[in-house]
Design a protein around this ligand. Structure first.
Ligand code: ADP
Ligand code: MG
Length: 625
């Protein structure tokens, strides 16, 4: 008999989860389900990430609720919109063969009227982030008087995010007799306090050792100089051609910077952080899930609880401030019994943090060497060979061209042809890593890499007489090139003729502006806000560095290399960056303070009229995550 049936889950649900590949319950499910099915107790479940907590509370809920009634009977609170969507989707999947199950996902950043409509139509399960939930409660748009179960998922993170008051207020709307089920990966004192305040004699279950990472995760660290971090990171990525990773940064600014630098360097990467609109986040997540992105650069909060299967690497570009977040980060890999690597890039000063983490996860980190240039090249070469070996040949499509191809290559031996095909991609790695220094800290001169890093060979300098600027809005914000042109001209109050090339990318745009008009652009966009995001304009890092001759004394390759590896723009952020990427050379460079100060000034709506409604709405969050 199916073990879920034995636990007391009904056949329709068992059939649905079998289709999802659930053969037997995970440990937390096996232990929690019987307790929760009685419906008699408050409950605290502690289990590391990726152990199946959603089903541990979701399956019992599907047994307990009366789906012939259409009022809310269960409320699930979770910290982020992504998690909210994920949980509601999971529940719908579990309930695929159960009739009349209605789940609504209630989260900020999306149209509230759709959510209200769904609630009015009748729902039994509400999955919500606290802010939006309170909003709806405030509108008297939901009746919680029949709620029997409240689930607090990722309770520790909700507290970290400052939702304590909100949770208080929401819970006070629910009946006293309801049962509260709290799930968390860790149990800091705050969570314990919540359990004490809101629960009566909860049944407490711990699966695995508290705070311990998943046994299938290998923990690695690389010891490097702070300034070499980006270069080392790239080497690690380059030596893992099949990497599918999440890169964690501490702040959204760092997240964006790294994503931008990576995109410039030709990688499939994008960032996920609290400053993106709901739509942008959904798009980024979809691209990552679909694997059109290889690297997702995220803040702790934005990536919390995200369940994407087959993540190969979690990369701690910066170690988290809160050690507990390390467990959450590394839990994004090695999901559902798979294996994964969590790696950290640290400098000597941060070594003590590694020692501390070792104590927390209860196992040692392995010290790894940043691969040497030659090793990276070898890895890439064999990856290419494998690709050639496995590529799918479409005989029908290619056959008409074959005679001509054969004729062209006739004079080459098989060996020559192989060499050439492999070189096609390989050469750029050879070029890049030619003379690449050892980045490991033992190296006497932890030297800088040469700057020849044009993975795609394109030049990025602005045209003559133009300055290339960067803006943090792009095609995912639904701009066409025409829209963008209008947006720039309206705000800067300049003519379209002053604008050169517009290079519209996913989450950002490069555009050229006649040198004489550059200042107007900066003036015009001061304090401008688009869909709740501060519009950020900066001189494209490379144009500044390379396109100008007035810098003098910059001929030494090493000097330039350092900046490149940093790859981030913005000396204006120098102060915030203790890590000091790219070296002091850059700090203070952004004298004019293009973005830094501006950001803090009041918001101004930027309705330039004409093209679209660009009027900004109030920013939802000012958090740096
Ligand atoms: P957690 O909330 O503990 O971090 P999730 O509930 O998100 O974990 O589950 C992690 C992954 O494991 C999901 O992809 C889920 O579909 C899968 N999963 C959960 N339970 C089982 C099971 N019993 N068998 C196989 N896969 C499972
Ligand atoms: Mg979860």
């Amino acid at each position: 008999m199916n073990p879920f049936l034995e636990l007391g889950i009904r056949e329709e649900v068992v059939n649905a989860i079998s289709e999802l590949g659930f053969e037997k319950p995970s440990e937390i499910q096996e232990k929690a389900i019987p307790v929760l099915l009685t419906g008699n107790d408050d409950f605290v479940g502690l289990a590391q990430t990726g152990t199946g907590k959603t089903a541990a509370f979701g399956l019992p809920l599907l047994e307990q609720l009366d789906f012939s009634q259409k009022h809310p009977q269960a409320l699930i609170l979770c910290p982020t919109r992504e998690l909210c969507l994920q949980i509601s989707k999971d529940l719908e999947k579990f309930a695929k063969y159960v009739d009349n199950v209605h789940v609504v996902a209630v989260y900020g950043g999306a149209n509230i009227s759709d959510q209200l409509r769904q609630i009015r139509r009748g729902v039994q399960i509400v999955v919500a982030t606290p802010g939006r939930m309170l909003d709806i409660i405030g509108r008297n748009a939901i009746d919680f008087s029949n709620v029997k179960y409240v689930v607090l998922d990722e309770a520790d993170e909700m507290l970290n995010m400052g939702f304590k008051e909100d949770i208080n207020n929401i819970l006070s709307e629910t009946p006293d007799e309801k049962k509260t089920w709290l799930f968390s990966a860790t149990m800091p004192a705050e969570v314990r306090r919540i359990a004490k305040n809101y629960m009566t004699d909860p049944v407490e279950l711990t699966v695995g050792t508290k705070n311990t990472g998943n046994a299938n995760i290998e923990h690695h660290y690389y010891l490097i100089k702070a300034k070499d971090k980006y270069a080392a990171f790239k080497r690690i990525v380059d030596s893992n051609p099949d990497i599918f990773g999440i890169v964690f940064c501490r702040t959204k600014i760092e997240t964006q910077d790294i994503a931008e630098a990576l995109i410039k360097d030709g990688y499939n990467a994008d960032s996920l952080h609290g400053d993106l609109s709901q739509q942008q986040r959904d798009k980024v997540m979809k691209r990552y899930r679909d694997r059109s992105l290889q690297l997702l650069i995220a803040t702790d909060v934005a990536a919390r609880g995200i369940d994407v299967s087959d993540v190969t690497h979690v990369i701690n570009f910066s170690l988290p401030d809160e050690t507990e977040n390390y467990t959450h980060r590394s839990g994004r890999t090695a999901r559902a019994g798979k294996t994964g690597i969590s790696l950290s890039l640290v400098n000597v000063k941060e070594l003590s943090k590694i020692r501390h983490l070792e104590k927390i996860i209860g196992k040692p980190f392995e010290k790894k060497q940043v691969p040497q240039g030659a090793e990276v090249c070898e890895k890439q070469l064999f990856s290419i060979v494998k690709k050639i070996e496995n590529v799918e040949v479409n005989d029908e499509q290619i056959s008409p061209f074959l005679p001509a191809i054969m004729e062209n290559l006739e004079s080459l031996s098989k060996e020559d042809i192989i060499k050439r095909f492999a070189s096609l991609e390989f050469n750029r790695f050879l070029d890049y890593y030619k003379n690449a220094p050892d980045l490991n800290i033992e190296a006497r001169d932890g030297g800088r890499e040469d700057r020849g890093d044009r993975r795609d060979g394109r030049s990025r300098e602005g045209s003559k007489g133009y300055t290339r600027l960067f803006m943090n809005l792009g095609s995912v914000d639904e701009f066409s090139r025409g829209d963008m042109l209008g947006f720039i001209c309206n705000n800067a109050n300049i003519s379209g003729k002053s604008i050169g090339k517009i290079d519209l990318k996913g989450v950002f745009t490069f555009f050229e502006v006649q040198d004489a008009e550059v200042e107007k652009v900066f003036q015009g966009f001061q304090g401008v806000d688009y869909n709740g995001r501060q519009v950020r304009i900066e001189v494209s890092g490379e144009t500044r560095g390379e396109g100008r001759s007035d810098r003098g004394g910059r001929s030494r390759g090493g000097d330039r290399g350092g900046r490149r590896e940093g790859g981030y723009r913005g000396g204006d952020r120098g102060g915030r960056r203790e890590g000091g990427y790219g070296g002091g050379e850059r700090s203070g460079r952004r004298e004019g303070g293009f973005s830094g100060e501006r950001r803090d000034r009041g918001e101004r709506s930027s309705n330039g009229g004409g093209f679209r409604d660009f009027s900004g709405k109030r920013k939802e969050s000012k958090s740096k995550y």
